[in-house]
Design a protein around this ligand. Structure first.
Ligand SMILES: Nc1ncnc2c1ncn2[C@@H]1O[C@H](COP(=O)(O)OP(=O)(O)OP(=O)(O)O)[C@@H](O)[C@H]1O
Length: 308
């Protein structure tokens, strides 16, 4: 994506935590660009470096290398751009003995900016908490707190919304509601959303584009459709298998798959695959298109690390 008009740009961003026993390279040379109006997913297993990246994005910790740019400006030289950013990190912090509405009123006064009070009721409605607005947060479920957290993040009407693991701890219904809420922020309100998750399924459902981070490094950045397309393949039963494999290698990636082989070719390329096999004197018994689900793609990407 062009960096022009990018809402978030991470340029060679790195973070090394210094400890007594040397440094932890939590984030290494991460470069991504998020365009206006996108829902962008930052996906990775636990400990991959997602929270560290988000903390740098929000100016909460300083990078040891590289730069965060928001709305075209370096965060370091213009922290005021953070006024256009709303965030939900660690599920949000609220006064347990105050109601949901009262909590938002307190926040609106401290850093909601102009017109924040008037936004409270529509926001409670939007996050599905209008019915529970007068109840103490103490009695809220995890899902309700998360949704109140999203309302709090939206109080000052930000253009960019950053959500750290927004579906963590939610049940199936809560996940569904959060998903709709996030899509709505983008589709109806034109906001840009950057979210982190270790749950692939969630990212697949809600994001336009994802970066997969593993051990502090981006291992793949793609649209969900691209990720799936890259993993189209053909499962071929043929004999002798070794001959089949050598007839196709060099043109496509081939790997053994039980008593068959898996060829990284598209369905459109199937006739060419068969011609090559027959030309090499291989008997073909079966050929079937095979699409790995994103779960498998994710696992194969994050496990490509030779140290894994
Ligand atoms: N304050 C810190 N001091 C030292 N090391 C840290 C610190 N914070 C995080 N780390 C280390 O940096 C690496 C990345 O952690 P980070 O919390 O960013 O990952 P994550 O992808 O958000 O994982 P999780 O989903 O488990 O929070 C991990 O190895 C972690 O142990």
């Amino acid at each position: 994506m062009e960096s022009e008009g990018a809402v978030v740009e991470l340029v060679d961003l790195s973070k090394t935590y210094r400890g007594r026993r040397g440094g932890v390279h939590a984030v290494r040379n991460v470069s991504i660009s998020v365009g206006a109006g996108e829902v962008y997913g930052f996906l990775g297993p636990n400990g991959a470096g997602k929270s560290t990246t988000i903390r740098m994005l929000l100016g909460l910790i300083a990078p040891t290398g590289g730069e965060v740019r928001l709305f075209g400006e370096a965060l370091r030289s213009n922290p005021r751009t953070l006024r256009r950013v709303g965030s939900l990190v660690d599920g949000g912090a609220f006064y347990p003995f105050l109601s949901g509405r009262r909590n938002l009123q307190v926040l609106a006064r401290t850093h909601g900016g102009e017109g924040a009070d008037a936004r409270i009721d529509p926001l409670l409605e939007q996050v599905g908490l209008a019915h529970a607005a007068e109840r103490r947060v103490k009695g809220y479920s995890t899902g309700m707190r998360q949704r109140l957290g999203v309302a709090a993040a939206l109080l000052h009407d930000p253009d960019l919304v950053i959500l750290d693991e927004p579906v963590n701890g939610l049940d199936a219904a809560g996940i569904q509601e959060m998903r709709m809420l996030i899509r709505n922020l983008c589709d109806e309100q034109g906001k840009t959303v950057f979210l982190s998750s270790h749950l692939l399924h969630e990212v697949q459902q809600v994001c336009d584009r994802v970066a997969i981070i593993s051990r502090g490094e981006i291992v793949r950045e793609a649209t969900i459709a691209e990720l799936l397309r890259q993993d189209e393949g053909l499962r071929i039963e043929a004999s002798p298998l070794a001959m089949a494999q050598s007839a196709l290698e060099g043109r496509w990636a081939v790997e053994p798959d039980g008593g068959a082989i898996r060829v990284a070719a598209t369905q459109e390329e199937a006739p060419e695959v068969v011609r090559r096999l027959v030309g090499a004197g291989v008997d073909v018994f079966g050929l079937a298109p095979e699409r790995r689900n994103l779960e498998e793609v994710f696992l194969s990407i994050t496990q490509e690390d030779p140290d894994a």
